[in-house]
Design a protein around this ligand. Structure first.
Ligand code: ADP
Ligand code: MG
Length: 481
């Protein structure tokens, strides 16, 4: 596999002494501006350590960056429409539901709530569409996935460019700063929560963040609270786990979600996207209670279902985009960012996909209906898994995706406890574009693109989850190719 390479924003490597000095500055900047995380090994609420970051902004082609930014509103609307198309969701998910308990549980809640009558027609989406550049055949972005729940790193990514700018100035490259795009993801995402709160329209109501038992990625959640509190001092925010929601909330006769005798206006899930976050029936009961309520959910359960890998794959099938976006140029522009996506359903086309992957496993990624990183299979594991489940219905819970081979860039990844200076390594970057949407089945009240994030990983790592310790936070340096 020959991978193309982008030139870094300044000549590398840096001279040893200058590198060591600038890394120390960058670390202090990071710590003092919340580019941080809690330590998994020695957890304490009294300290944060630096989040892994890339010392210098990583190159990304300007035209492709702009393309992703421009497409975000279209994608927001697409996912909104998918979420409100009951037939499409049912048809798309039906096989996966039979073998994937987690998705089935979510779906069951959705059906139950629909049958009872939906108490809150509005949904709030704080979305993120992720891309890798595809090299060497074409120099284009390809969508990795679309996140509809707990889309993270809006906050830290908004702080990061200022650090990269500071470092560029320290190294004598202030003139390059003009190639770093503004990033207002944090205020943009928070504006969505505030707008939903105002549409809810109950004085004295509160917002509720659904959080994990332990939030390692605390900066990326607290900044939202600080920002909202600063902009709108009247909005009080609670942080509760699903278990606490089970214990501490109730529904009143108007189906309002009550917490501490206050009505909950908006529920923002930063947890609830993977099975481990529902260890007992209580968490599922809590989820059902929230979904039944009048609170505006971010995301509502149908937004979450629309964000499944299975839906992503179904949207790549002939005619699917046209169903939602019409037969015009827009569908073509969206199709252009898709890479090969194949169903593994127990039918002819699924069988063909299995054959194709077995013949050349390195070309594909095998993805279950999961979020949060670390669940996909690559290379030899694709082959092994397919051989194992070839004759089992289980395979319908997976999709097959063409592996995107992004261009390389050299850079320094600074990690907590890592070597100083770190080695100059080959990296690849994944761009995420944030979007906000608020609407009901028949009316979209707001739809905008609000910012971006760049996450960079070692070129030979399959996945680059920052919270999982594989990736590093980064900022784009726009290249005119
Ligand atoms: P998750 O919901 O777990 O985040 P993703 O689809 O985003 O699932 O996959 C996780 C990571 O795996 C991505 O961030 C990317 O680094 C890598 N990855 C996923 N799909 C592909 C692909 N088609 N080609 C190359 N890498 C991929
Ligand atoms: Mg992802």
């Amino acid at each position: 596999m020959s991978q193309a390479r982008f030139t870094s924003c300044i000549p590398l490597p840096l001279e040893h002494k200058s590198l060591v000095g600038v890394i120390e500055k960058a670390k202090d900047w990071a710590l003092m501006h919340g580019v941080g995380m809690r330590d998994r090994k020695n957890f304490t609420k009294d300290a944060i350590q630096i989040a892994p970051f890339v010392l210098l902004p990583s190159p990304f082609p300007r035209t492709e960056f702009n393309k992703a930014v421009e497409l975000q509103q279209v994608l927001n609307e697409l996912m909104h429409k998918v979420a409100h198309d009951d037939d499409f969701l049912e048809h798309t998910l039906q096989n996966a539901l039979q073998v994937d308990e987690f998705t089935a549980n979510l779906y069951e809640i959705w059906v139950k709530v629909r049958n009872e009558g939906i108490a809150q027609k509005l949904s709030l989406g704080l979305f993120r569409s992720d891309y890798l550049m595809q090299e060497p055949d074409v120099n284009k972005i390809k969508q990795v996935e679309f996140n509809t729940i707990a889309s993270s790193f809006g906050a830290i990514s908004s702080n990061l460019p200022a650090m990269n700018r500071y470092i560029l100035r320290q190294l004598g490259y202030a003139d390059l700063i003009k190639n770093m795009p503004e990033n207002k993801a944090l205020s943009g995402l928070c504006s969505g929560i505030i707008e939903a709160y105002d549409l809810f329209g109950v004085t004295g109501s509160v917002a509720l963040f659904v959080v994990e038992e332990v939030s390692y990625n605390i900066c990326d959640q607290r900044f939202h609270e600080f920002e909202i509190s600063e902009t709108r001092p009247d909005i009080i925010i609670y942080r509760k786990t699903l278990n606490e929601i089970f214990e501490e909330t109730s529904l009143n006769d108007k189906k309002q979600l009550m917490l501490d005798d206050k009505v909950v206006a908006v529920v923002y899930y930063r947890s609830g996207y993977e099975p481990a976050q529902y260890p007992t029936q209580k968490e599922w009961d809590a989820r059902l209670r929230v979904e039944r309520s009048t609170a505006i959910k971010c995301p509502s359960i149908h937004y979450q279902l629309a964000g499944t890998k299975k839906v992503q794959q179904a949207l790549a099938a002939p005619g699917a985009l046209e169903r939602f976006l019409g037969a015009g140029a827009i569908s073509g522009r969206v199709r252009d960012i898709f890479t090969g996506l194949y169903s593994l359903d127990f039918d002819d086309s699924g069988e063909k996909a299995v054959e194709m992957a077995l013949a050349d496993a390195e070309r594909f990624v095998l993805k279950p209906q999961r979020e949060g990183g670390g669940n996909n299979l690559y290379g030899a594991d694709v082959r092994e898994a397919l051989l194992k489940m070839r004759h089992s219905r289980e395979r319908a819970a997976y999709i097959l995706m063409e592996r995107i081979l992004p261009p390389l860039v050299s850079g320094y990844v600074v990690r907590p406890g890592g070597p100083v200076p770190p080695p100059l390594t080959d990296l690849v970057s994944e761009l995420g574009i944030f979007g906000v949407i608020i609407g009901s089945k028949n009316k979209i009240y707001s739809n905008r693109q609000v910012g971006h994030m760049l996450r960079t990983k070692l070129a030979d790592a399959d996945e680059g989850g920052v919270a999982a310790g594989l990736g590093a936070l980064d900022s784009p340096y726009l290249l005119d190719l």
